[in-house]
Design a protein around this ligand. Structure first.
Ligand code: TRP
Length: 343
């Protein structure tokens, strides 16, 4: 599928519904989406079917999906620029997944490190391991190829899944004629934010509330978390910057003007920086950065989110159904496959 001049490169990316977003999500992935939508033809979705691969609660899933969409809109994901939708609203993904199940190697899936890790963790906790968990990367391949995605912004942990996506595309093309592109990753160089309470671990809700700072968290609660963020007893010349201080400087770099960052870093290097000063600066500039997002979020309603998703699903389905129709034609299934035949 060649591109003519002026056509934008297609980007596809999904994220599991984690509910209300935190600043780690924002600076790590969402800000990247907001930037990509200016330049690329973007398809962004909430991977709610992928959420079923591990224990879930229906009410929580509904709530998390809506909360996440609201936060994405507040962050600046623009339904006029990018196609924003929920995976399960486009049933063609799972239809294509079934076809791909027959092009994906069992051995290839057994080798997926994410599956191996999750399976091990689940078995250790004596939890159920489903076929869905095993099949996760095949659904992901369908998510991407159904839109003929050329570029996929993901973290390093997804590179193996993307390699599998390319293998599936290749196998399809070999058997049924050139049709799918072989998508490539866009690895973001976004810094990983760490937990303020335990800066050796990444910022993640799964560790508990004190390990994350939500975009919409009350100001005094954010202040408390930054004020009590773990640092150290002062610069240790031979050990370099401690993880906690490094995390605060990362936040400062993401939110403050460069001269503020440079000045405080110089003070740190000159051993004159007080961590209270650093923390006050981080708090001030973080709040200033979040303010427009928080304002937009306060103005959004569930109705706005549902309308955005309706538009998104409509646009996504128009593309997805064409792909599935063409795939079915090529592989010999569907009512149309029988049409040209005679008795
Ligand atoms: N597996 C991805 C993750 O955990 C989420 C995902 C599902 C995805 N489908 C996708 C990412 C398609 C990119 C493209 O981050």
């Amino acid at each position: 599928m060649g591109r003519t001049a002026g056509e934008k490169v297609r980007v596809v990316s999904g994220a599991k519904p984690t509910g209300k977003l935190h600043i780690g999500n924002y600076f790590g992935a969402v800000l990247n989406w907001v930037r990509l939508q200016q330049e690329y033809d973007c398809y962004f979705f909430i991977a709610d079917y992928h959420a079923l691969t591990e224990e879930w609660d229906p009410d929580e899933l509904r709530r998390d999906t809506l909360d996440m969409v609201l936060d994405l809109l507040a962050c600046g994901v623009d339904p006029e620029k990018a196609v924003l939708f929920v995976q399960s609203h486009v049933p063609e993904h799972t239809e294509l997944c079934w076809v791909f199940n027959n092009l994906a190697g069992f051995g290839d899936l057994l080798r997926m490190t994410q599956f191996k890790e999750r399976r091990e963790a689940a078995e250790q906790a004596q939890e159920f391991v489903s076929v869905g968990l095993f099949d996760y990367p095949v659904l992901q391949a369908a998510d991407i190829l159904i839109y003929h995605g050329a570029k996929v912004p993901v973290g390093e942990d997804q590179l193996q899944h993307l390699e599998l996506t390319r293998r599936i595309a290749r196998r399809f093309n070999q058997k049924f004629g050139e049709y799918f592109p072989e998508p490539e990753a866009i690895l973001s160089e976004a810094p990983r934010l760490m937990s303020p309470a335990d800066p050796e671990r990444k910022m993640s809700k799964s560790y508990g509330e004190k390990h994350v700072i939500h975009l919409m968290e009350p100001e005094d609660s954010i202040y408390q978390k930054i004020k009590t963020a773990v640092t150290d007893v002062g610069p240790q010349p031979d050990r370099g910057m401690s993880p906690g201080v490094k995390n605060l400087f990362t936040l400062l770099r993401l939110t403050a003007p460069p001269d503020v960052y440079d000045r405080l870093l110089q003070e740190y290097n000159g051993r004159t920086l007080k961590y209270v000063t650093l923390k006050e600066a981080v708090f001030e500039h973080l709040m200033r950065t979040l303010e427009p997002i928080r304002q937009r979020r306060r103005a959004l309603t569930a109705h706005d989110a549902r309308e955005a998703l309706r538009l998104g699903a409509q646009k996504a389905r128009a593309v997805a159904s064409k792909t599935v129709q063409e795939v079915k034609r090529r592989i010999g299934v569907g009512a149309e496959a029988l049409e040209a035949l005679s008795a």
